[in-house]
Write a protein that binds this ligand. Sequence first.
Ligand code: LMR
Length: 391
Amino acid sequence: MFEELKALPADKILALMKAFREDPRDDKIDLGVGVYRNAEGVTPVMRAVKAAEKRIWEAQTTKAYTGLAGDPAFGDAMVDLVLGGAVPRERVAAVATPGGTGAVRQAFELARMANPGLRVFVSDPTWPNHVSILKYLGIEMVPYRYFDAETGGVDFAGMLADIGAARPGDVVLLHGCCHNPTGANLNRPQWAEVIAALQATGATPMIDLAYQGFGDGLEADAAPTRQVVASMPETLVAASCSKNFGVYRERTGILMGTAADPGLLQDTMAYLNRQNFSFPPDHGARIVTEVLTDPELRADWEAELEEMRTGMLELREQLAGELRQRSGSDRFGFLAQHRGMFSRLGADPDKVETLRADHGIYMVGDSRMNIAGLNRESVPKLAQAIIAAGL
Ligand code: LMR
């Protein structure tokens, strides 16, 4: 039977991780997968996470099942972190999921249960796994213009025109902050215009929030999501704890949905968890809850997250500065404007390949760079290679 299986296309990001590992060069630079790394190239266990883990280990007396929605304390803590009171808690349904990706998957399935003819509007480009999951589920995808390759910013007029074609029953997927893969984001007045456009269409917004705290700060990064949730009758929000708590392998995320009466939504989300994996993972969720609800741990977590964020901003400034100097122009200035882990450099695939082959610099084929893969020493090397590759 298994010989009937068809070979599947490799995931671009995961294939790049493998190629990097196999490259013997000492001075290679990994700007591929979206994992935070410090100046030493290490993805640290955050201090507050380590402390919470120790407390849990000491205090935990059982590992019996929680509930299909996960531990309610996790739900409350995350609804507060992400939505911050934008809508009353009674209007929010929430279930823990295996990572942000698990939340995205559940959201798509849920929307299709509500509307079998579902169409999902996705930014062009978007995180490749959005596209891959939608294809896998056989859900129709409608790309909307997003990235302006000329300016490195958002093609806002194109975006507005394209999402204006959505209809009631469609889902419009938005990145809450730190757009992946481009790093180009909407400003607050633009978010207000997007909300007005969505209200005119009657479509349902779905927000993927995977990098809260990596862009302009925890509150600022959540602000657009809160604005959307407060302004629309129904929304879906998939949030990840992988990056901002550094608990990648624990698979910790949450799917939230808002509605006037979210009872049915809550039951359906729990049902979907049961069908797909039964109870969601608990360990990471418990760590996150401990960190968010203990004032001391929370303050330390926020401080460390802020160090990570500002470190990435400094690297952006340094890279834009080096490129300004070496190119004699400001054409890479957008790198300092972008926010989050990623920036799309705007290089053709052959230039991306030159950077890999000649300089040992690994970025995704669409020229997405993980800024956290750099440090003060590797930035000049990258800048020099970008200019040498003729960009
Ligand atoms: C990324 O975009 O690199 C991350 O979200 C990791 C992943 O799972 O693709």
